[in-house]
Ligand binder design. Structure first.
Ligand code: FMN
Length: 188
């Protein structure tokens, strides 16, 4: 597909509508290889990936449910079950992790921006290969107990869980911001 047309048609597919078959190992490699081509000031490659698939998704869901109860012993069953199910829909979830070099001449903000671009490029690559995808964080991405379990180091943070899979439904479109409200001309 023409690149501009593809960009104009990009949209997320809600993770709960995703299912298998997901991308195979080669397709995942292809998506990640495309995503690695993002701009990267200082060539720091300030990111890494953690692939979550198979039964590990369910084990992670159990961990989330357990932690949610620990954080709020009065949490309703529906909240706990929602947390348990979070990683159960998409067959493949790629965790994009920022690896920050503090006090570098390339500010941390730019290192994180580069990682954000990786997340977006991954969404596009997934859609380009015919899959649906959604970029999610949720509380788990910021919870110290969960992030420790995922092996997130002191200088690292989770930028997103990119859920990837097949979907029967056409992803719903949403109202997009109006360019006229956002664009102005600099006049000096
Ligand atoms: C950093 C980041 C984190 C996000 N986390 C969530 C999330 O936890 N839950 C959610 O419903 N949407 C989240 N979103 C929004 C979805 O990725 C997506 O943009 C939304 O479903 C709208 O779809 P669209 O991409 O077609 O506009 C997040 C977006 C970004 C950029």
């Amino acid at each position: 597909m023409n690149l501009i047309k593809m960009l104009d048609q990009r949209r997320s597919t809600p993770s709960r509508t995703l299912h298998g078959p997901g991308p195979n190992a080669e397709e995942v490699r292809q998506m990640l290889t495309s995503a690695l081509r993002v701009p990267d000031h200082g060539k720091l490659a300030p990111w890494r990936f953690l692939k979550i698939q198979g039964d590990t998704r369910l084990a992670l869901g159990d961990l989330l449910a357990q932690r949610a109860l620990e954080l709020d012993a009065n949490a309703s069953e529906s909240i706990i079950e929602k947390d348990r199910a979070r990683f159960s829909f998409a067959p493949v979830i790629i965790t994009v992790i920022a690896r920050l070099t503090p006090k570098h001449k390339v500010p941390e903000q730019e290192q994180i921006l580069s990682g954000g671009a990786v997340c977006f490029a991954l969404l596009q690559a997934a859609q380009g290969l015919g899959y649906g995808a959604q970029w999610l964080t949720g509380w788990a991405a910021y919870d110290p107990v969960i992030t420790k379990k995922l092996g997130i180091e002191e200088n690292e943070c989770i930028l997103g869980f990119i859920h990837i899979g097949n979907s029967d439904e056409m992803a719903p479109e949403r109202l997009r911001p109006k360019l006229e409200d956002l664009l102005s001309d600099l006049s000096l």
